[in-house]
Design a protein around this ligand. Structure first.
Ligand SMILES: Nc1nc2c(ncn2[C@@H]2O[C@H](COP(=O)(O)OP(=O)(O)OP(=O)(O)O)[C@@H](O)[C@H]2O)c(=O)[nH]1
Ligand SMILES: [Mg+2]
Length: 381
């Protein structure tokens, strides 16, 4: 161990830094005079100083690290250890690199709300576009529906549908339940969460075959899901001859940003099976990535920074890879969960995602309208 025998102490420690991509960042601390050896670490590993990127400086009373041209890879936790003969002292700080905004959001809610309130479905035979929210237990499916309802109703829709955060394990929602927003032409279907099957092969959580039947329009509102068997054809909730008005027009896969890494492969496989079936049926699909506030403190404090956050982008990329969905189909958002006051920025993010779902569903039902017209012409001829 190098340095002098004088005990070294920090006068001021390293401070967390938030920097824009391309800018330089300096981490600096002050210490009492005395000879020390300064060692820098990044995320617990010795910092490999790269020429033109990192510069370390040390004077009698200061130690600093300059990082030039900050990029995604520079984000992390930096630790400085001062070693002197009789011991060492350390301090750490986070460097957060804000990416250049890579997707833009309309941060004013009124124009989008007005557009959606005046929305007309592109198929005259339909009264509503139907969305099914599917995903693992506790992903935020019910909360997303409540949040969308709150936005249009102008006050918080009290979320008795959502589980407490401590309710890990079983799905809080067990029914196939429809939610409307006043007289708007949109209907949401909440379903039980997907779970990993039991070790003896017994099914747990909502069954993939039931979700597929729901997509096809075979399941009526209020059906109580059973884990052990799929809906029977003689059930009063079974629609044997579904038409476009019974079908789902857009499948929304809901994934929690803070849980995507730990999601079980078997649950992912169930989601993929459902998505593959939806693709065969031509049903459009989107992913809503909830709980963004749980993975990024910058975003938690200021939602308008969401598309500058490296953490959020990484989580979206992880959703994209694990589920096999392109990035442009993934929408990160935050739901109302503990706050009581309405928040325009939160609303805008959710509206951005919901608008995309509305347009996708509308494109799907328009195709049917065209097919029906062709069929009518054919019969007429
Ligand atoms: N911090 C935070 N918490 C959220 C968010 N969305 C949902 N939650 C919380 O996450 C928990 C689960 O949410 P739910 O809406 O019940 O999830 P679900 O997918 O309907 O769950 P099941 O019905 O049990 O399958 C609840 O405690 C919500 O309050 C969010 O964006 N941020
Ligand atoms: Mg639920």
């Amino acid at each position: 161990m190098g340095g002098s025998s004088t005990k070294s102490e920090f006068v001021s420690v390293l401070a967390d830094k938030q920097v824009k991509e391309g800018e330089d960042v300096t981490l600096c601390c002050t210490k009492n005079p005395g000879e020390v050896t300064a060692k820098w670490k990044k995320n617990g590993h010795s910092l490999e100083c790269v020429e033109g990127k990192h510069t370390t400086e040390k004077s009698e009373t200061t130690c600093s690290l300059i990082i030039k041209n900050a990029e995604k890879a520079d984000e992390g936790n930096y630790t400085l250890t001062l070693e002197y003969k009789a011991g060492s002292v350390s301090c750490s700080a986070m460097v957060i690199v804000e990416l250049n905004e890579w997707r833009t959001v309309q941060w004013e809610q009124d124009p989008t709300i007005t557009t959606l309130k005046n929305f007309k479905i592109g198929n005259a035979k339909l009264r509503e576009l139907r969305f099914l929210l599917n995903g693992p237990v506790g992903a935020g499916k019910s909360s997303t529906i409540s949040t969308i309802k709150s936005i249009f109703e102008g006050h918080q829709f009290i979320n008795c549908l959502a589980a407490s955060d401590l309710n890990s394990g079983m799905s809080f929602t067990t029914k196939y339940q429809k939610f409307s927003i006043g007289t708007l032409p949109f209907a949401f279907y909440d379903v039980m969460g997907l779970e990993e099957d039991k070790e003896d092969g017994q099914s747990k959580g909502v069954r993939s075959d039931d979700i597929i039947k729901a997509l096809m329009g075979h399941i009526a509102n209020d059906y109580e899901f059973k884990q052990e068997c799929s809906i029977c054809e003689d059930s009063k909730y079974y629609i044997s001859d579904p038409t476009l008005k019974d079908k789902i027009h857009c499948l929304v896969s809901v994934i929690a940003a803070d849980k995507v890494t730990l999601m079980d492969d078997k649950v992912i496989q169930k989601m993929k099976t459902i998505r593959a079936e939806a693709s065969k049926l031509g049903i459009p699909q989107l992913v809503f990535m909830t709980r963004v506030d749980k993975v990024c403190t910058v975003t938690e404090k200021d939602l308008t920074k969401i598309y500058q956050s490296k953490k959020i982008k990484e989580k979206m990329e992880e959703c994209s890879t694990r589920l096999g969905v392109p990035m442009n189909c993934i929408f990160p958002l935050k739901n109302y969960h503990e706050e009581i006051k309405m928040n325009e920025k939160l609303n805008c993010l959710v509206l951005e995602a919901f608008t995309q779902a509305v347009y996708s569903a509308n494109d799907y039902v328009k195709k049917f309208s065209r097919k029906e017209k062709c069929l009518e012409c054919f019969i007429f001829i």
